[in-house]
Design a protein around this ligand. Sequence first.
Ligand code: SF4
Length: 282
Amino acid sequence: MTSIQIRIADSAGFCWGVERALRLARDAAAGAEGPIHTLGPLIHNPAVIAQLSEQGIDVLEELGDKATGTAIIRSHGVPNDVLQGLMARDLTLVDATCSFVKAAQEKAARLREEGYLVVILGEPTHPEVLGIRSYAGPDSLVVEGPSDLPSRLPKRKVGVVVQTTQSHERLIALVTDLLPRVRELRIHNTICNATERRQAAALAMADTVDLVVVVGGRNSGNTTRLAEICSAVQPRTYHVESADEVDPAWLEGVHMVGVTAGASTPPEQIQAVVARLKEYAE
Ligand code: SF4
């Protein structure tokens, strides 16, 4: 196996919001007196969560009544009632909710106030979507595509907001379906620009290589979306969490490998995968 080249996507790995959340968490841990918790994993990357645990930052799915110390809200945000409950407690609160997520929450709340039926394009059980839905109201709909819409929509004006890590293709498919079915449709494209840049760079790269390796947590929605986007143009696309998952057999007959990574993937994980690919390519 000779002369395999490796190309890393122009935009890959940690985004601004994740870097900020990690900085806030580490700063809080450095100055904290008492226990320090994140509500759910700070980011969807098991290796990073293990490092934070070594720094004394524990993951709690729910803060029990007796929890003390510092609570960190992750970049995905939390439902409004959870936020209000946290603010009412005797805890030090560090809010690392990404500003793009806050914007999606605010758009959902505004649509609700203005009488729109809010349709959220996103993964129904994803924490970010649960948070946005708390602002959109209990009658809001969460869909992953047009097939999740009810066959008969209520006779109301409809507003769309989008989980920040969704793809344009999914948004276009939803809007195309909705447009002929409602009298008024308002669309807030709340896909964040870090996601847009990573998806565009991954797509451009996937088109020029024989094999794509996407690096990041399997529980990371934006990493999974990158893998979907790359698979659509390059069927030889593999999603790995670590360099150990790279299989030398993938390189058979390959001249150019493309590597990309989700917004929650640290640079050292990308470099480890690249190093392993180089090792196998020699
Ligand atoms: S992917 Fe986008 S919304 Fe999510 S943390 Fe990063 S910048 Fe914020």
